[in-house]
Design a protein around this ligand. Structure first.
Ligand code: GDP
Length: 193
């Protein structure tokens, strides 16, 4: 997809702040530092529309980015920070549950995992949560440039096995550094728009 327009619409903390629109949405989830911001920026050809690495302690928001006046990317705050307090974690959980279970615009969720490592317990929990709500999941395995070419197939298989991917779910290798996987990712995401 050729992206000609991309802008942040709102950073929402509750559903009354979600944009009032019928445009489809694709959400992006993953643990902090997995490369979520870099993925969005690469997909939309912007260096820094999405600021990288939201640190804990900052307000955790759902960030809606309008793309080509056609759909929204919804950036979901990252998980897996040990330092986050129980109160913060509960607020985060409630916000996500509300969004994932009630938002009709939501068509699919991109779950990002780091191709170098086996998916974490949190990654598996997130995948199971999304499947529980019957959401289509596209797994994007980031940081592809950091492993040797000969290990790609093995690492992808390991991630798919660990998550116990369902037949209809897709896993795609991706590098924000080289752009590899970008066309394939658009090819998959377009089907949900
Ligand atoms: P976020 O916390 O999930 O939004 O992660 P960021 O997008 O901020 O990325 C975390 C770090 O990983 C940054 O230093 C990025 O430059 C780096 N990074 C993200 N994606 C890639 C990638 O595909 N390849 C490489 N080599 N580094 C990446």
């Amino acid at each position: 997809m050729k992206v000609t327009e991309a802008e942040i619409v709102i950073s929402a903390v509750s559903k009354k702040q979600y944009p009032e629109t019928h445009m489809p949405e694709i959400a992006l989830a993953g643990r902090s530092n997995v490369g979520k911001s870099s993925f969005i920026n690469k997909m939309i050809n912007r260096k820094n529309l999405v600021r990288t690495s939201q640190k804990p302690g900052k307000t955790q928001t759902l960030n809606f980015y309008k793309i080509n006046d056609r759909f929204h990317f919804v950036d979901v705050p990252g998980y897996g920070y040990a330092k986050v307090s129980k109160k913060e974690r509960n607020a985060w959980g409630k916000m996500l549950e509300e969004y994932f279970t009630e938002r009709e615009n939501l068509k699919a969720v991109v779950l990002l995992v780091d191709i170098r490592h086996e998916p974490t317990k949190d990654d598996v929990t997130m995948y199971d949560f999304l499947k529980h709500y019957e959401l289509p999941v596209v797994v994007v395995a980031t940081k592809l440039d950091k492993i040797p070419k000969g290990k790609r197939v093995q690492h992808i298989k390991r991630a798919a096995d660990k998550l116990q991917l369902e037949q209809e779910d897709i896993i795609l290798p991706f590098s924000s550094e080289t752009g590899e996987g970008k066309e394939e990712a658009w090819g998959v995401l377009k089907q949900f728009l």
